[in-house]
Design a protein around this ligand. Sequence first.
Ligand code: ATP
Ligand code: MG
Length: 396
Amino acid sequence: MSKVKIPDTVADVIIKLEEAGYEAYAVGGCVRDSIMGLTPQDWDVTTSAAPEKTMEIFGERAIPTGLQYGTVSVKCDGCIVEVTTFRTDGVYTDNRRPDSIAYASSLPEDLSRRDFTVNAIAYSLSDEIIDPFNGLRDINNRLLRAVGTAKDRFEEDALRMFRGLRIAAKLGLSIHPNTFSAIYEKAHLAAFLSAERIRDEFKKILVCPNTYMITCVFESGLMASFGVGSNCPDLEDLGELPVEGFSRLSGLCYALKKNAVISSPKGFLEDLHFDKHSIKVADAVCQLLMSGIPNDKKSWKKLMFAYGDEVCITAALVAKAMDKYEYASMPEDILESGECWSVKTLAIDGNALLELGYSGKSIGLALEELVAYVIEEPSHNTAETLIALAKSNILK
Ligand code: ATP
Ligand code: MG
């Protein structure tokens, strides 16, 4: 286990709160990640100071980003530290957010409202670890376990089920049997969450090294309101795909479409409120793969011309991982070779055609015709040949 090293900027925030007479600790994911020897993405501070006091203490550096939940963001050198007042959550009636929050009088009370034991550890500047739920022991055993009774905690806030799968997948933790079975039991409550919140968590789960949790997301029923439940196919192959780009999202859609779990990748991703570009790429990749991809360069060039290089490179990668396709490097090889497959890689541009008397739309059309020609005859991609061709066209 590593030691927690609070950065100076965060320490400065804690010191200012302490100097004003309040308790303040680093808490949550930053403490968890530090103990695991990872670099935290962000630092959260929990304090006994009421939000108005925090606002007062930090003056212009304080931004009231989540006052209704007791959170003030404090601007530091190059980062933002979220300072949240000790709180307990009131009653949850919508499986999403507490109807009200109340400020808690003590740190242990605040830690008890947190989702998982590994997220319920606080750390003081004097090097003290406050760990009432044995989060350290669970980190040691690489175990994700809900604070309190898992079923109740997921009933309060259904997003915790996604967070649990995501944190376990990201950090390579096993999920405690009670917590795991509670996810399967309470998964239907995810229907009360907004598509945006589900999408944001799901995107993070999709790019984790442990792809088993992607299958769990579906199999548990968390995505039942998007039409995918226990009919989900095995998604283990997604782990062979890079986390950058769109190959995992496209591979997922392809697996679901191929197994007739969803009828339209576009519809599925639209329901999940994915952005237009992701939908466009993943949908085109699925179309390509469903209609069968070629084994030769010329056909790939035609597809690259029609669909663009990003779609084709992604489709080839997905085919390799999921269908054991053997020519996955072809689209990239074409790109690297500098051979012509697009208007950009043609030996002449629109200006040459302007000089020949082409104008308006006919320029674009002629360039496209020339690309189609050069794809058939790669050695003819020279200015001389193409200009001669264009001339003969205009004389026609
Ligand atoms: P990440 O690595 O994604 O930042 P994190 O655990 O730090 O993971 P945050 O959203 O930054 O997640 O939340 C900070 C802390 O707030 C958590 O570690 C946890 O203690 C608490 N928390 C966040 N969301 C919830 C929730 N839905 N229910 C209970 N506690 C939560
Ligand atoms: Mg965090």
